[in-house]
Design a binder for this molecule. Sequence first.
Ligand SMILES: Nc1ncnc2c1ncn2[C@@H]1O[C@H](COP(=O)(O)OP(=O)(O)OP(=O)(O)O)[C@@H](O)[C@H]1O
Ligand SMILES: [Mg+2]
Length: 569
Amino acid sequence: MKSTLRRYIPLLKDYKLQYFFVLFGIILVVGATTATAHIMKPLMDDMFIKKEESMLLIIPLGLIGIYAIKSLGRYIQSVSTAYIGGSVIARLRDMLLAKMIALDLEYLYKNRSGEMISRITSDADRIRYFVSNMLPDLIQESLTVVGLVGYVIYLNPTLAFYSLVLLPLTIYPIVAISKKLKKYSHRSQSKNADVTSKLTEVFNNCEIIKANESQSFEAKRFSQLNWQSFKINMKQIYVGEIVSPVMELVGAAGLAAVIYFGGREVYNETMSVGEFSAFLTAVGLVFQPLRRVSSIYSKIQDALAASERVFMVLDTKNSIKDGTKTLSEDIKNIKFKNVKLRYNDSYALNGINVELKQGQKIALVGDSGGGKSTFINMLLRFYDPHEGSIEINGEDIKNFTLKSLRSHISLVTQRVYIFSDTLASNVSYAQDIDKKRVELSLKLADASGFVAELEDGIDTKMEEFGVNLSGGQRQRIAIARAIYKHSSLILFDEATAALDNESEKRIQKAIDEYTKDKITITIAHRLSTIQNADVILVMQQGRIVGSGTHKELLESSVIYQRLSGELDS
Ligand SMILES: Nc1ncnc2c1ncn2[C@@H]1O[C@H](COP(=O)(O)OP(=O)(O)OP(=O)(O)O)[C@@H](O)[C@H]1O
Ligand SMILES: [Mg+2]
C-alpha cells in the first residue's frame, strides 16, 4: 500500500495554493463542529437553568454563525480538492495514453483495446473519486475526531474513557474487511474492463453483427458480462457496507455509557446538566466522522486496486529498445543476416538472408502464413529478431532511434487507417500540411478523380474509419499518405487488394517513376505487379525458397510456377 501511494507524491507536489485552501477549509469545519457541541453548555446551563433571556437570541444567532463558517469551510475545501484530484487524474491519463501507444506492438495486440480504455477511463476515475472526495474527507473527519475527542477528554476524562473504550476494538474487523474488499475491487475492475472490451468489439464489428443478424447473440454475450460485473460489485457492497452499521452500534454503546455514567454524575451534582448535554453531543458527533473514516478506509482499497492496475501499465517495459543513432540519410541498402523470429513456438521467419538495394522493386510472394507480412514488419522494428540481425546502410537497425528509422519508411497495409480529420490531414498525417504536395500525392495514388468530386475537395472531413469512402478510395488515400511522407523505403502489404486491375496498373505506372531512387517492397497477389519487379522473393514457411526475376523463377522454381498460376492476371 505504501509503495503504491508513494507513486503519487511526484504527481501531488505542485498544488501548494490548493493545499493551503484545503487546510484552511478543514480548520473552519473542524472548529465549527467542535463549537456545535460546546454551544450545548450555555444552552442548558445559562438559557434553561439560569433562564438568561439574552441567551434566547445569542445562541440561535451563534448557531447560524457556526454553521455559516462550517459551510464556507466545506465549500472552500471541496472545490480545492476537486481541483487537485481532477488535475492529477488528467495528468495520469496523459501519462497512460502516452505510455500505452509507446508500448510494443506485441503488448498492444495481446491486450484488448477495451482493457486499455478501461484503464484510462474507469480505473482513473476510481482514483479521481478517491483523491477528490475521499482523501479530503478522510483528513477532515480524522481531525474532527481528534478535535471532539480532545474536547470530550477536557470536559470529563473518566466519562470519556467509558464512552470511548470500545473504539480500539473496531480496528481489527475493519482491517480484515478492507483486505477482502481489495480482492473484490481487483475483480470488479477487471470485470469492468471485460465489459468495455466487449463494447469496443461490438461497435468495431457492427457490420458483421448486422450481416449475421447476431444482434441478440451479441446482446446476450454482453448481458452475461454485464451481470457478472453487477454481481461482483454487489459482493463488494455487501462486505463494504458492514462497516457503517458496526460503527453505528459501537456509537450507540458509547452514548449509552455516557447516559449511564454521566447521568449518575448529574444526580450526584458533580456535573451540570449543560456539561452533560455538551458531552453527550460531542460523543454523538465523534461517531459520525468516525463512521465515515472507517468506511472510507475500506473504500481506499478500491482506489488502491485501481492504482495498482494503472501503475502496472506505467511500469511495463518495452522489449524493443530505442537506439541512439539518428538515421539521417536515405535508406540505400538493407541486409537481412540469418534472421529468425518466433511468435510463441513456431518460426515465422527461419533464417532469412537477403540484400536489397536502392532503386530496386522487390516483390514478395508465397502461400498464406509464409512470413511475408512479418518480413515487412521487421523493418519497422515492430518485432526484433530472436537470432541474426537486420542492417540498414551497414548499421544494425537496433542502433537507430525508432523515430528516425521510421521516418524513412512508409507502410501501406490492406487494413486502411483513416482518422476523423480532413482528407488533407489524413494524407499529410502528423506532418505539416503542404496542399500542393497533398494534391500531387493524391494524383500519384490515382485519387484525384474522386477527390475532385468531393464537395470540399481535400478539405473534406473524413468520418471515423473512413466510413464515407469506398474500400478502393480508402486504399488510394493510404497510398497517397505513403507517398506524401517522402520515404526512401516503401512497404506495400497487399496495399492494392481493394483496387481493380485498371487502377492498380495506373497507380503502378504513376509511382514507378516516383520510386525509382527508393526501395519498394510489395506483397502482391497480382501477376502484373510481380512481372515488373526487379527481384521476386518466394517465401515459404519462413524461408526464402527462391529469388530472381519473373522469367528466371518460372524456369527454376516449381513453387513459383504453381504460385504464379494461382495469381490473378
Ligand atoms: N502477432 C502474431 N502472433 C502470433 N503469431 C503470428 C502473429 N503474426 C503472424 N503470426 C504467425 O506467423 C506466421 C507468418 O505470418 P505472416 O503474417 O507473416 O504471413 P503472411 O505471409 O503475411 O501471410 P498472408 O499472405 O496470409 O498475409 C503465420 O503462421 C502466423 O500465424
Ligand atoms: Mg500478410
